[in-house]
Design a binder for this molecule. Structure first.
Ligand code: CA
Length: 345
């Protein structure tokens, strides 16, 4: 028996209408409700990688930070003797490597082994370790990765950028970079223009404008000016702020001066929260100047005395209105932001 055309069409048409309704109705419903998410969506910057779990500035620490949901991953950068930017926090190697064993007799008069005294080929022979506290002779954070175990090596800035771009590609999730120009004046006295070397590499790897997922950070205010001025960096730029010698940077005039060249400030937590854990007002002052605020550093295993728990510290910091934070424990910071509706599930 022939099937009437109307009968033949009814099934598919009903299915199509149902599908359209399923696509549209939830959106209409969501649009009719007030937004569930507050406007502020602070970013999580993995401080030296997921350094609460693996030795700082090693590729495994960076991979873990990526997997834990960090929005950006930090690179501290210093120069080798042969002018290669490598990813290390200190300009000396003693606290995080076996250099004293591998290169006896190569310390300076200060008793330390300086990165700029060693070629990249020499540095590649070192084993990186969990950080040592020279005052106690033990690792700085007792419950972190056991010092001296397994095998970790120094990487160049370019190797790390390739590594992170590779994970971005294989996971389909883009995580930003956050390179710090370490001690530019000292590097200049050693014959290296570190800021220029880093910017050249960033440009080669596609980081050039404020639309690109990259912040350059530096403590030295003269160098921040030079990075934006003479060196012509067009991407995002953050003025780091340290101790009392940089108090002038957080005055209204100081913040206005920073805002003329930079996009944000990176103060220590102690400048955002007072000794009782209450906001100091710096975040509001910086926002009024047009600057974002990314304080350092959230550490579960080094809490301020007023904080009863890591979540106390995280709660107070985000309640103060910061736009992002450096964390040694990116997973815990991401989890806190999700629980408080400052980040999608
Ligand atoms: Ca840093």
């Amino acid at each position: 028996m022939p099937i009437h055309p109307r009968t033949r069409l009814r099934g598919p048409w009903l299915l199509a209408l149902a599908a359209i309704a399923l696509l549209i109705l939830p959106r209409l419903t969501v649009a009719a409700e007030p937004p569930a998410m507050p406007v502020a969506m602070p970013i999580v910057i993995a401080h030296r990688g997921a350094s609460g779990y693996l030795p700082e500035h090693t590729l495994p620490a960076k991979a873990l930070a990526h997997g834990q949901g960090a929005d950006a991953i930090e690179q501290d950068v210093v120069m080798t003797r042969d002018g290669v930017p490598v990813v290390l926090h200190d300009t000396t190697l003693d606290a995080v490597s076996d250099i004293a064993v591998k290169f006896p007799g190569r310390a300076r008069a200060d008793g330390k082994h300086h990165c700029t005294d060693f070629t990249l080929a020499e540095l590649r022979t070192l084993a990186l370790t969990e950080r040592l506290d020279p005052a106690t002779g033990r690792q700085t954070y007792a419950n972190r990765f056991p010092r001296g175990e397994s095998r970790f090596g120094i990487v160049t800035l370019e190797e790390e950028l390739e590594f992170l771009a590779g994970i971005n590609r294989s996971t389909g999730r883009t995580v930003g970079i956050y390179p710090e120009i370490k001690s530019p004046a000292w590097h200049r006295s050693e014959g290296h223009d570190i800021a220029k070397a880093v910017i050249d590499i960033l440009h080669r790897h596609g980081y050039a404008t404020k639309a690109d997922p990259c912040h350059i950070q530096c403590f030295e205010a003269d160098e921040v000016q030079r990075i934006r001025g003479d060196l012509g960096w067009q991407g995002k730029l953050v003025q780091l702020i340290g101790g009392k010698d940089q108090d002038r940077l957080v005055t209204p005039e100081g913040l206005a001066g920073i805002a003329a060249v930079a996009d944000g400030i990176g103060p220590p937590i102690e400048r955002v929260l007072d000794p009782a854990g209450n906001p100091t007002g710096l975040v509001e002052q910086a926002h009024a100047a047009g600057l974002v605020v990314h304080p350092y550093t959230l550490r579960r295993d080094r809490l301020p005395s007023w904080a009863g728990s890591f979540d106390d510290l995280q709660g107070a910091l985000f309640a103060a209105g910061v736009d992002g934070v450096f964390s040694d424990f990116p997973d815990l910071t991401v989890a806190w932001l999700r629980r408080s509706n400052r980040r999608p599930e």
